[in-house]
Ligand binder design. Structure first.
Ligand code: NI
Length: 177
């Protein structure tokens, strides 16, 4: 398995609309294995193929406490939804920024597995939020698109300040030899 490089905002490649998957071969399995490994190593709970520069409709996730229940969805589509829920989101492609986002509370997901078999499931809570976040990636959309430019600028300034403070702290601890 291979750890993949994650594209970061504002990389334009994150804005592409991903292609449907029609071939269910070993290459697809390998990509999903590599994506899961990358997600675990980066301590994320979800990852979409376009984030690793593969513009195809494949998402992986694991929302379990013990990080031992990987989920893989090919060509995922939300077919129905109900209710609203707000939660704090972050993204491996948008380092350090976290903000509250409103999503559908309960969704019905239609997708395929790695063999091409159709699957359908109802999701709520974190799973529902994560699926919606990852499907957005397949459509070139990022969670920060839901907030205003002013709010995003404010968040980026805050992060820059925190990073600067951390840098100064690190320098203080550097021994001169
Ligand atoms: Ni993300």
């Amino acid at each position: 398995m291979k750890r993949l490089k994650i594209l970061e905002f504002p990389d334009k490649r994150l804005r592409r609309v991903s292609e449907a998957i029609t071939t269910f071969d070993r290459g697809l399995k390998r990509l999903s294995d590599n994506m899961l490994m990358t997600m675990y190593e980066e301590k994320g709970i979800g990852l979409a193929a376009p984030q690793v520069n593969k513009p195809v409709r494949l998402i992986v996730m694991d929302i379990s406490e013990d990080r031992d229940q990987p989920l893989v969805f090919v060509n995922p589509v939300v077919s129905s939804f109900e209710g609203k829920v707000e939660s704090n989101e972050g993204c491996l492609s948008v380092p350090d920024i976290k903000t509250d986002i409103k999503r559908h509370e309960t969704i019905t997901l239609n997708a395929q597995n790695l063999k091409g078999t159709a699957i359908s499931l109802e999701a709520d809570g974190l799973l529902s939020i994560c699926i919606q976040h990852e499907i957005d990636h397949l459509n070139g959309k990022l969670f920060i698109d839901y907030i205003s430019d002013i709010k995003l600028q404010r968040l980026r300034k805050k992060v820059a300040k925190q990073n600067k403070a951390a840098r100064i702290e690190r320098q203080k601890n550097t021994r001169l030899i």
